[in-house]
Design a protein around this ligand. Structure first.
Ligand SMILES: [Zn+2]
Ligand SMILES: [Zn+2]
Length: 144
C-alpha cells in the first residue's frame, strides 16, 4: 500500500502536481477498495469518514486529475454513473468487466484475451489500438 502510494506520488510529481493530504486520502480509499467500482459520491463518503471537512468538489477534482494521469480509469456500466477504477500497475490495457444483470455485481477479467482481435482490427481497419473497454452483460455464477 505505502509503496503504491509512493509511486502514485512520484507520478503526480512528474507532472508537477503535489499529493496533498486530501488527494492522498482519496488515493487510499481507492486502494482500499480496489475491487470495487466506486462512484465519485461513494469515494466522497469514504474519504469523509477520515476527513470530515473535505468537500465533494475536492474529491471530484482529485478523481479527474487521477484520471488524466491514468492512475484510474473512468468507466460507465450503462447506468449513467461514472465509476473510478484503479489501473493495474504496468498493465498495457484496461481490464475487462462482467456486469450481472440480476444483482448488478461487477467482476473483473485481468487477462487481455484480445490479442487476436486486436491484430485483426489493426490490419483490416489500419487502426493503431492504444486501449479498449470491454464490458460483458449477463448473469453471474452466483445468480445462475
Ligand atoms: Zn474494474
Ligand atoms: Zn449476479
Amino acid at each position: 500500500m505505502e509503496q503504491r502510494i509512493d509511486r502514485i506520488k512520484k507520478q503526480l510529481h512528474s507532472q508537477s502536481y503535489k499529493l496533498t493530504p486530501q488527494r492522498e486520502a482519496t488515493v487510499r480509499v481507492l486502494l482500499e477498495h480496489e475491487d470495487d467500482h466506486l462512484s465519485a459520491e461513494d469515494v466522497y463518503m469514504l474519504v469523509k469518514e477520515k476527513y470530515p471537512e473535505i468537500g465533494l468538489a475536492t474529491v471530484y477534482r482529485t478523481l479527474e486529475l487521477l484520471t488524466e494521469l491514468k492512475v484510474v480509469d473512468k468507466i460507465n456500466f450503462g447506468d449513467g454513473v461514472s465509476r473510478y477504477d484503479l489501473r493495474q500497475e504496468g498493465a498495457a490495457h484496461f481490464h475487462h468487466h462482467l456486469v450481472c444483470l440480476e444483482c448488478g455485481s461487477v467482476d473483473e477479467i485481468q487477462e487481455d484475451l484480445l490479442d487476436d482481435v486486436e491484430k485483426e482490427v489493426e490490419t483490416r481497419w489500419n487502426f493503431e489500438i492504444k486501449d479498449h473497454r470491454l464490458t460483458f452483460h449477463g448473469i453471474c455464477h452466483r445468480c445462475k
